[in-house]
Design a protein around this ligand. Structure first.
Ligand code: GAL
Length: 754
């Protein structure tokens, strides 16, 4: 090959270099064109991409849309699960993914932000964009959501003069700072629709109207301030306030509930939106599992759409898992399955998912008529009516509704006969041919199995009840409120005191043991006398307060009374988060000393220790677990309180989702490879009435329940991405006493029934 130099400029070289120059010029031209088109495209995005609304609908880039949305809360699954969940949303006919933003996950201590792992909000939103869907970002930052402390970071409670969710300067300053932080982050990443991103809607506060009247004038002022603060952030997409009848212009007030067909926004120029169509309901420890028949959910959604509904969001599309200590409450379970369209494990729940997908297809067919016609409502019978969207351009869609919960009814519409199932709506996208009936479920149901994949062999370490002189304890006179002490760094707080019993005390002679009475603001309590478990007590989701009364085996001399107070998720609903309390507020009394006298211990000297020893030692981590000596084989105890169990195991074969069956255990927490799966509590049995449930008639959260008398939650989701192929560390902390030999790893499989 001939090399060309500056001196050696023969014809070949000059030809070659000529064509090189031409090639370069062509390349440059090409690049210029690419840049020009990119510029044009970008400026079009910036100019053309906008979101607005009118009385009929949200308009995206000037086009009215009937939007179907679904909630996926990003920290309730893993980043590895997100693409599939989002794809399932897309395949299921959704246009929008809705999520709250979880303040306490993002700002665990003031000014220290965390947006990684399960909290990588930007990544989550980018994945939604990649799938071609939109995002509705509910910043809150109060979110409720059965999430610990309603999403508020606990440190907020300790900011001086803090009063939550009202016209209070410290609260407003913190709320504004975090809201700005989120909006700026979204802007930096170009995630708002006018910037070319997927976010078309945002939300400020959450259902504030429910408490606004209780707060009075300050509540009204706060609601207006929130609205103004949000609008001033210039997101260039509409803001909504859910359940906020007085939401000021331009904020759209929206509906949440099991049904929203009769809702109207507060101004007739705003569209009718349903931000939370509840697909099921939440699960409490101690409660049965609620479910909602898909026929009724489809009926509710269709009823909303036929009544001019413009946006509906399934709360939840995928509920997921309250990993770690993120569950709110108190007593919200670790599973946040919610009977959603996609189950906790990420599998389509059938026939719910496919039946609603068919509904979305039918709605899509009706969309041109829905967004441009003035609907007519006409009676078809006593309890039957038609909603007709007939446009001038000739497109026509009709909905034939039978509200009767008991009877199948034949109706005539435009000279054709239609048979309508009870409590159902038939959709005619062309005003003639039925394409969908809400109660006629064609989609196959499935058979879900939890198949055993592995048993474990355990090592154990039983903690000692701390002494009053424990070096990490401190003393104080009287009983202290738990959160003030723990700042929610742990579920556990030890309250320890000593009682000196005289050898001649009457009960020593007559054998009638004294009775200990403990009153606690919640949520659970274990009583140890001289290091031995003497009893447990716990509140419930309706009332977290508890009292313990039980005989205690005191002996002559010094006795140690150790009370382990345990929180089970902080409240997520309402007002006055600054005043929520937990733990043993008293009185604590001993009855029967010195011949039936009462002794009030409440003002005695108490010693306090935050957390249990294994937490301090981080026994759940590879490193920490090697800091103590573990018992093995026959020395591993059963039914022993305060016991840590550990095992290592290789991952199960295959790609099926995994769970741990914890039914043989009492109450505690689980970790895999150092990450917390969450709280478990299978010994808390579900009370309630689990009668057979019909889809017809008005639904409410107590109507359809499963599992009465059984553990509220016995299976605990283990995300596959948390596992290595070999040598996984599984650690369980058992508070009350359980049998680890009954724990097994399960594989969740599904089979379609034809
Ligand atoms: C709503 C609230 C949601 C969630 C739901 C119950 O009122 O806005 O955040 O808590 O109730 O699951």
């Amino acid at each position: 090959m001939k090399l060309c130099s500056a001196r050696d400029f023969d014809s070949f070289c000059s030809e070659a270099s000529m064509s090189n120059t031409m090639r370069r010029m062509r390349k440059n031209m090409f690049l210029l064109l690419v840049f020009y088109f990119l510029y044009l495209w970008e400026s079009q995005v910036a100019e053309g991409a906008n979101v607005s609304y009118d009385r009929r609908a949200i308009l995206i880039n000037g086009k009215r849309r009937i939007l179907i949305s679904g909630s996926i809360h990003y920290p309730r699954s893993t980043p590895q699960m997100w693409p599939d969940l989002i794809q399932k949303a897309k395949n299921g006919g959704l246009d929008v993914i809705q999520t709250y933003v979880f303040w306490n996950g993002h700002e665990p201590s003031p000014g220290q932000y965390y947006f990684e792992g399960r909290y990588d909000l930007v990544q989550f939103i980018k994945l939604v964009a990649k799938a071609g869907l939109y995002v509705h970002l509910r910043i809150g930052p109060y979110v409720c959501a059965e999430w610990n402390f309603g999403g508020f970071p606990i440190w907020l409670k300790y900011v001086p003069d803090m009063v939550f969710r009202t016209d209070n300067e410290p609260f407003k300053a913190a709320m504004k700072k975090f809201t700005e932080k989120v909006v700026h982050l979204m802007k930096e990443e170009n995630l708002f629709h006018p910037q070319g991103g997927p976010i078309i809607l945002t939300q400020i506060e959450n259902e504030y109207e429910l408490v606004e009247f209780e707060v009075g004038d300050a509540g009204k002022a706060y609601a207006n301030w929130s609205a103004q603060m949000a609008v001033n952030l210039g997101t260039d997409v509409p803001w909504v306030m859910c359940k906020q009848g007085d939401a000021p212009h331009p904020i759209i007030n929206t509906c949440n509930g099991f049904y929203c067909e009769n809702f109207s926004p507060n101004q007739n120029y705003k569209p009718k939106m349903w931000t939370e169509a509840w697909t099921g309901w939440l699960l409490n420890f101690g409660g049965p599992a609620p479910y909602r028949p898909v026929e009724d959910l489809a009926f509710a959604v269709t009823r909303f759409i036929q009544n001019n509904g413009a946006y509906i969001n399934y709360y939840m599309f995928h509920g997921g898992t309250n990993f770690g200590r993120t569950a709110g409450g108190p007593f919200i379970a670790t599973s946040y399955d919610y009977d959603a369209l996609i189950d906790e494990y990420g599998l389509a729940r059938e026939p719910k998912y496919s039946h609603l997908r068919a509904l979305h297809k039918a709605i899509r067919l009706c969309e041109p008529a829905l967004v441009s016609a003035n609907p007519i409502r006409m009676p078809l019978g006593k309890n039957q009516e038609a909603h007709v969207f007939d446009t001038q351009s000739g497109t026509c869609a009709a909905f034939l509704a039978n509200y009767d919960p008991n009877y199948f009814v034949n109706v005539t519409f435009r000279n054709r006969k239609y048979g309508l199932l009870p409590w159902s709506i038939t959709i005619l996208p062309d005003c003639q041919e039925p394409s969908f009936n809400t109660a006629r479920v064609g989609a196959p149901s499935i058979n879900v199995k939890m198949e055993p994949a592995k048993k474990f062999s355990w090592h154990s370490y039983t903690e000692k009840v701390p002494s009053t002189h424990d070096k990490s304890s401190f003393e104080s006179t009287g009983l202290l409120e738990q959160l003030n002490v723990t700042r929610d760094a742990s579920d556990y707080l030890w309250y320890t005191t000593e009682v000196d019993i005289r050898a001649d005390d009457a009960f020593i002679r007559n054998g009638n043991l004294p009775v200990l009475h403990v009153s606690s603001a919640g949520h659970a309590l274990q009583v140890f006398i001289n290091g031995q478990l003497s009893g447990t007590a716990y509140g419930g989701s309706e009332n977290p307060k508890l009292t313990f009364s039980g005989q205690v085996k005191l002996i002559a001399g010094i006795n140690k009374i150790s009370l382990l107070s345990i929180t089970v998720g902080l409240p997520n609903v309402g007002l006055h988060f600054e005043t929520w309390d937990a733990g043993i507020l008293g009185p604590v009394k001993l009855e029967g000393l010195n011949g039936s006298l009462w002794n009030d211990l409440s003002q005695w000297k108490w010693s306090y220790k935050i957390g249990v020893e294994g937490e301090t030692l981080r026994l759940y981590s590879f490193k920490g677990s090697s800091s103590v000596k573990w018992a093995q084989g026959s020395f591993v105890p059963k039914k022993k309180a305060l016991t840590w169990y550990k095992t290592t195991f290789d991952s199960a074969e295959g790609k099926d989702p995994l769970a741990l069956d914890m039914s043989s255990m009492g109450k505690g927490q689980i970790w895999i490879n150092g990450q917390s799966i969450g709280r478990y509590w299978p010994s808390y049995k579900a009370s309630g009435s689990c009668n057979k449930c019909r889809y017809t008639g008005t639904y409410h959260e107590k109507k359809c329940l499963r599992g009465c008398g059984e553990a509220s939650q016995k299976w605990y989701h283990v995300p596959c991405s948390w596992l290595h192929p070999k040598g996984n560390l599984l650690v369980v902390f058992e508070e009350q006493g359980g049998d680890p030999s009954g724990i097994s790893l399960l594989r969740r499989t599904i089979q379609k029934n034809s």
